[in-house]
Ligand binder design. Structure first.
Ligand code: SAH
Length: 253
């Protein structure tokens, strides 16, 4: 059953998705009437509720993917298509000590926290640092903030902490962080950098000198399919590009 304070996802007949938090006396308004939050509270996932004008909505709990796509954002977020592969390439596991920079809107942070990471994050803009923490708290709850230590700092100037198992970067110039990574990562650690432009990936790769093994750069392409009766084919549109993922393993210098 849903309770006040929880997030809910409503899907209408045209498959449009609406995400909001259930509040006492809250109302969800659309062009086809409204629905009071109290009707959602007490219902179960998969129930169909009707607005005052008879429009039908299916109620579900939002997934991490739903939240990342709909959450408030300052900076550009990394999309689910890349979030999961980043966690696999970086081998994020429960209890992993991860260094992350920049934090932006916190999409990557909340994904790694959900995989069980303990994150130290540097973000140069205070408003984004706050936004990231708010988004993490909204989706994962206040308890998760104990595994999310955020500092408003310029990562190009250095990293104060040491002993990280993993480092994940989403910054304009990740190569500037490589010398700092060599001081703050433990031997056997993994670095992953997400970069929209291939020249950024190349420059990062060129900076990973001796002491780094297993270099890889890849991009993830998702091609969804239209499956309806006898019409079974790729969808006409796809996202052609988001970013390149570069990873390497640190073995000491
Ligand atoms: N991965 C994030 C988006 C990060 S956008 C997400 O999924 O939501 C890139 C971020 O890097 C921006 O917030 C920007 O302010 C921050 N940034 C840029 N240069 C920085 C620096 N030198 N040190 C710390 N953060 C930096």
């Amino acid at each position: 059953m849903f309770a006040y304070g929880e997030k809910v996802l409503l899907i209408d007949a045209k498959k449009r998705r609406y995400l909001f938090t259930l509040k006492t006396d809250g109302e969800f308004h659309t062009h086809s009437g409204f629905l009071s939050h109290s009707e959602v509270v007490g219902s179960q996932e998969g129930s169909v509720l009707r607005s005052t004008k008879g429009a039908e909505f299916i109620v579900l709990r939002p997934t991490l993917e739903d939240f990342v796509i709909q959450m408030p954002r300052g900076a550009q977020v990394i999309y689910p298509k890349d979030l999961a592969p980043i966690c696999m390439m970086a081998d994020i596991y429960p209890g992993a000590k991860v260094f992350e920079s920049g934090l932006g809107s916190g999409a990557l942070s909340m994904t790694m926290l959900r995989y069980g990471a303990i994150i130290d994050g540097y973000e140069i803009r205070e408003d984004f640092a706050n936004r990231a923490q708010t988004n993490v708290r909204e989706f994962l709850g206040a308890d998760s903030l104990s595994r999310y230590r955020v500092s408003v700092k310029d990562v190009y100037a250095g990293i104060d902490e040491v002993g990280f198992d993993r480092m994940v970067l989403d910054l304009p110039e990740p190569w500037q962080v490589v010398p700092h990574a060599e001081k703050s990562l433990r031997r056997g650690a993994i670095l992953v950098a997400y970069s929209p432009s291939i020249t950024q990936a190349v420059k990062t790769r060129e900076t990973l000198g001796e002491g780094w093994l297993d270099h890889r750069t890849l991009e993830v392409l998702h091609r969804t399919w239209h499956i309806e009766g006898t019409s079974v084919r790729p969808d006409h549109r796809m996202v052609a590009h988001t970013g390149f993922l570069t990873s390497a393993r640190f073995v000491g210098n």
